[in-house]
Design a protein around this ligand. Structure first.
Ligand code: PAF
Length: 297
């Protein structure tokens, strides 16, 4: 029978609980989230149960990763709903601190990961990845996980966190999980809640475009410009604006020129706006499944 996880709000208290479990020989696995949990998050929690004896989920809408004018105030918050969803997924503890606890007014340290944060979303959301890296480092320090699980939908975030743990010798194994999609291919996201019915139906252009690119890649096309063409043309007609649609190296996130040829794997990452909602998605050709699997996939 599934047990409702215990909510802890105080960093010292959750650290002591995790220390006690470690002293008994248990390993701790963390799933950092901002709540508004959907099936994508629950998949991360289920995965976490296979990496640690004690699964901790953090739920914290982190103000430091939102710029002024972004959706920090609007971001959906419903802890009671989240707790109901977490019970069957295998989380033992939920860490849900307040903003004041995590950012006391005299806090003055930020972690900035250079290089990999400059392109893609980093170019459009200044300060965002410093906010992400700082909160994730704080969560690692408070909880002390052996393993932490993140979704590949936030592909750049995952690479930033991998780099931070490597650069700062953090003893945490980072696991990246495949994007979970709706039946029509749209990547699950807490922000999908913002979309009207009409906007939601336009959003299917994103997975359709990425799927068309997968099909081209599978037929042997390697020219970057040709691989980007279907995703650009699908999205251009459906979205209100495009922050970026970029082909890049999946490890360094260095963008590839139009004339370049894709390697064995190639990242296509994008951020677009539909109405007021900013949606991101990505796929690694040669590695990920198509967002809309055909009969052979
Ligand atoms: O992916 C998210 O939900 C957030 O960026 C994270 C990793 C929980 C940090 O606030």
């Amino acid at each position: 029978m599934s047990r409702t996880p215990t909510i802890i709000r105080d960093p010292q208290e959750i650290r002591s609980l995790c220390d006690e479990e470690r002293a008994r020989g248990a390993s701790v696995c963390l799933v950092p989230t901002m709540g508004a949990l959907h099936e994508g998050h629950l998949g991360l929690v289920r995965e976490a149960a296979s990496h640690g004896d004690l699964v901790v989920v953090s739920i914290f809408v982190n103000p430091a990763q939102f710029a002024p004018g972004e959706d920090f105030d609007l971001y959906p918050r419903n802890l009671a709903d989240d707790m109901d969803k977490l019970a069957p997924a295998g989380a033992a503890l939920v860490f849900a601190p307040s903003v004041e606890t995590m950012y006391p007014s005299n806090a003055g340290t930020t972690i900035s990961v250079n290089g990999i944060t400059e392109g893609l979303c980093g170019a459009h959301r200044p300060g965002h990845f410093a906010g992400v890296a700082t909160i994730v480092a704080k969560l690692f320090n408070i909880i002390g996980p052996c393993t932490a699980v993140f979704g590949r939908k936030d592909y750049q975030q995952l690479q930033v966190i991998r780099k931070m743990t490597l650069d700062l010798n953090m003893p945490v194994k980072i696991v990246g999980m495949a994007t979970v999609r709706e039946p029509d291919g749209l990547a699950m996201s807490s922000r999908n809640e913002y979309l009207s019915d009409e906007e939601r139906s336009r959003a299917t252009a994103i997975p359709s475009g990425l799927a068309a690119t997968h099909a081209l890649f599978d037929r042997g096309e390697r020219n970057v410009k040709a691989l980007l063409r279907p995703v650009i043309s699908s999205i251009e007609g459906a979205c209100d604006s495009i922050d970026y649609i970029t082909a890049a190296d999946p490890g360094s996130l260095e963008p590839l020129e139009d004339e370049a040829l894709a390697d064995e794997t190639m990242l296509i990452a994008l951020a677009v706006r539909i109405g007021k909602t900013r949606l991101i998605d990505n796929t690694v050709l040669g590695e990920d499944r198509s967002p809309l699997p055909g009969p052979g996939n």
